[in-house]
Design a protein around this ligand. Sequence first.
Ligand code: APR
Ligand code: PHB
Length: 388
Amino acid sequence: MRTQVAIIGAGPSGLLLGALLSKAGIDNVIVEQRSADYVLGRIRAGVLEQVAVDLLDEVGIGARMHAEGLPHDGFDLCFDDRRHRIDLHGLTGKRVMVYGQTEVTRDLMDARRASGRPTVYEAADVGVHGFEGKAPGVRYVKDGARHEIQCDFIAGCDGFHGVCRASVPQDKLALHEKVYPFGWLGLLADVPPVSHELIYVNHPRGFALCSQRSRTRSRYYVQCALDDQVEHWSDDAFWAELKRRLPADTAAQLTTGPSIEKSIAPLRSFVAEPMRFGRLFLAGDAAHIVPPTGAKGLNLAATDVGYLSQSLVDYYQGHEQGIATYSERCLRRIWRAERFSWWMTSLMHRFPDNGSFDHKMQSAELDYLVNSPAAMTALAENYVGLPL
Ligand code: APR
Ligand code: PHB
């Protein structure tokens, strides 16, 4: 098989890149190691910046998002048992869209299927080669048979554990990593959200987050120990712990119910530089991870592939400047999002090794934040997304 761009991974990065390239008339094939159902079964982020909304509109899949997604004009920061509203729209003129990554992925998959462009699911032993020369290729095994795709470019959209970053000579990669000493235990349930906006909570027992997927489906998180196991958390234990971290009046309004999904995610900051090696590009989680506190992961993935598709369109029109500067342009935005995600994580969590001085610093910063329009604006402009 021959194509212009071989895309590895059918997560949001790979599917959105495929849609953007297809719209520009650039031939592409997606190779994914899992099944479509498996990909859709992963519960992940839920907050879209305007730039991500615009990209989904650009590829013509925004209709369900606009009908079912919830535009949010603000969120609450909660500490010392009091909620303080951050007026995103008032401070920045922008808002965010609450719409689950699962739904974005489903919309992209439906559009992909309708387009007739090839997606190979359940591809085993995926390998990439030749990207340092002019004739890159992708090999995989499907139903026991070996296949090879010849292409002009490879897009590594295969997530943190993917094969693309791992195939780059390690002396050509600079890795920057910070692993946090806690995780998030998340629970999804068909109950109405406790508040119409998100609540980020700093509490002596640990961070908590009240999020949502719709008016009838809620997503909640509590900070947990890294070695905690989800089997040790009954639904009742989760709800009880969440209530302890909320102000009494908010806890009293919480509707509980059976979980649809419950899982523990570790928190990590990670960047691999650069993001291009000859004819191989990395995008999304393959190149970087942010802790979820700032809701930036999916948005960074979307902007990476926005830059990448534009660079490839330019290339096929005879301009190589776009692909030459792809890595640099992405990384500038990524590092700013890394900084914001690290800062918000540091501000909102209990760190096991922190003493009373560190706790006082958190309290002083939160106090400053909700009383200074300048500080609040800095938070708000990062949360809604910095300009491209
Ligand atoms: N070959 C083919 N596909 C692979 C391989 C491989 N060797 N390794 C991984 N994959 C697939 C995974 O199964 C997954 O479906 O690549 C896809 C990567 O998808 P994601 O992990 O969702 O990464 P990305 O598309 O970059 O999306 C980033 O996901 O983790 C969140 O916060 C993050 O919201 C952000 C988004
Ligand atoms: C979510 O709804 O899953 C979510 C929302 C905001 C975050 C992180 C996760 O910062």
